[in-house]
Design a binder for this molecule. Structure first.
Ligand code: ZN
Ligand code: ZN
Length: 155
């Protein structure tokens, strides 16, 4: 998890930089993420929103309906609509950055696979990476430093 990773949208108008390393990286196989990406899963790097520095361009916040009816707001490049990060449950201080928009997505491999109950059957999960049918208890899995960072934003 390297600090200083940069990423951007498809049209190049929006560029951003992660000022810190990610707290944790989710690979989510839920149906919402499958629909929103048109793919098998999404990879989200969890980081403080104020550590996502916009270098150029602007995002537009677009709320999307969810199966759980928890609020989910996706930030998209205002020009081309690429989804770059989002906020769940109205938690603005915590950003879920879409790892596929990084210049080097391989820099942030998943720390956990979640909602594997709707994982597409042809995906084989790597051995040694924790996987859960639904959500999980971060207290058991996150490094203490990451738990402290989350506590710092949520109290
Ligand atoms: Zn764009
Ligand atoms: Zn999901």
């Amino acid at each position: 998890m390297n600090p200083g990773l940069e990423g951007g949208c498809a049209c190049g108008a929006l560029r951003y930089r992660l000022a810190s390393k990610a707290m944790f990286v989710h690979c989510c196989h839920c149906r919402d993420c499958q629909r929103q990406t048109g793919s098998a899963f999404v990879i989200n790097a969890l980081i403080e929103t104020d550590r996502v520095e916009i270098l150029s361009g602007e995002t537009e916040a677009v709320p999307v309906p969810t199966d759980s009816s928890r609020p989910h707001v996706i930030h998209r490049c205002k020009t081309c609509g690429t989804a770059v990060w989002s906020h769940y449950g109205g938690n603005q201080p915590l950003a879920f950055v879409r790892v596929g928009t990084l210049d080097e997505p391989s820099a942030l491999p998943p720390d956990v696979h979640i909602y594997t109950r709707s994982k597409l059957p042809w995906i084989v999960l790597p051995a040694g990476v924790p996987a859960f049918e639904a959500y999980y208890d971060s207290k058991n899995l996150w490094p203490p430093e990451s738990l402290a960072r989350r506590k710092a934003i949520f109290g």
